[in-house]
Design a protein around this ligand. Structure first.
Ligand code: NCD
Length: 334
């Protein structure tokens, strides 16, 4: 059972290691593995990852930097724009005492026509883990299939973003104490938004109620809703956010993914359909959490930023701790 972060270090069985660090007991299920999809995690795995992230948080808050991975290197290989994911993986590795090789794909041999496979065959010689983002669905799995070192999916097109889902889960757990019993709305572009695909699959391990609020053109893909149905996860599809607000414990807004629309006109038709503003927030519970993976464009107005229920600028902080947990686990250090 997952413990509340406040009590974590009192109640978790711990072992002393690395002269002074008290690390949580783990099963090492992720050691040496690729992280490609949220489908590879069981509920026990998820709770273990949140416990490790809480340990990382506590360690950073007391020590700043650990030396768990001081003999390790990671590579950031991003073929799509990124601020949070790339930045938090980079700093996560640094706070573990390791180092990062940033590959600037704009200026790399990719531009000369090198294949993805060849790029991976080269980079694997330099580093112990590769963190990769790419616009094509399945590309990260393709890279992993030729890699001798673990590859972490930092977003493959409109498919998945498993590390974002893990950090979102940790954020909910840390802010709310538990996940079971929550009603969680996902709002906006549920068709192309990879964050909500991964998050829905993770939440299917919990006793939650999901509300998918989107324009008809941007509904949650049927592959995902049928997986949820098979697992008896309660979900409903809705189009009027104002009617759902009073029932939600978490409202997870998303950006309409302009870059994935084949026709710009179709994007323009739906881009302003769901906007969270002060009026919409007034329909919400007093203890609800407003989340967003960011970047936001106009789907949350800036006047909502100071509402204590807004958690979207806290998510990246939890993200760094969860990414420390993922890196240390994949590298077999915890
Ligand atoms: C998301 C992504 O890249 O899918 N960003 C992120 O990693 N925090 C969301 C988005 O781009 O809209």
């Amino acid at each position: 059972m997952l413990q509340n972060t406040r009590n974590l270090f009192k109640t978790t069985r711990i072992q002393k290691r690395n002269a002074g660090y008290a690390v949580p007991r783990t099963t090492r299920f992720l050691s040496g593995k690729h992280v490609l999809s949220t489908e590879q995690f069981t509920r026990d795995n998820l709770e273990e990852m949140c416990n490790i992230a809480a340990f990382m948080q506590k360690s950073v808050e007391t020590q700043g930097v650990l030396n768990l991975c001081s003999d390790k290197y990671s590579a950031n290989l991003f073929y799509e724009p990124s601020t949070r994911t790339m930045g938090s993986f980079h700093t996560a590795m640094g706070r573990l005492g390791g180092q990062t090789l940033p590959i600037y794909t704009e200026f790399s041999s990719v531009k000369k026509g090198e294949t993805l496979e060849d790029t991976i065959r080269v980079i694997q010689n330099f580093v112990d883990v590769i963190i990769m983002r790419h616009p094509e669905i399945g590309s990260v799995a393709q890279a992993a299939s030729v890699s001798s070192v673990p590859v972490i999916n930092a977003g493959d097109g409109a498919n998945e973003h498993p590390t974002q889902a893990l950090l979102d889960l940790y954020c909910m757990y840390a802010e709310r104490g538990s996940i079971d019993g929550l009603t969680i709305a996902m709002v906006g572009d549920l068709k192309y938004g990879r964050t909500v695909h991964s998050l829905s699959k993770l939440l299917s391990h919990y006793n939650v109620k999901l509300k998918f609020v989107s324009p008809l053109e941007l509904k949650m893909p049927s592959e995902i809703t049928s997986q949820l149905a098979k697992k008896n996860t309660k979900f409903e599809e809705c189009i009027d956010l104002s009617k759902e607000m009073h029932t939600c414990d978490v409202v997870y807004m998303t950006r309409v993914q302009k870059e994935r629309f084949p026709i710009l006109e179709d994007y323009n038709k739906v881009k302003d359909m769901f906007i969270m503003d002060e009026k919409m927030m007034s329909f919400g519970k007093s203890n609800m959490m407003l989340m967003h993976p960011l970047p936001r464009i106009n789907e949350i107005t800036v006047d909502v930023d100071n509402d204590p229920r807004s958690k979207y600028f806290l998510q990246p902080k939890y993200g760094m701790f969860m990414r420390m947990a993922i890196l240390a686990a994949v590298l077999g250090k915890i």
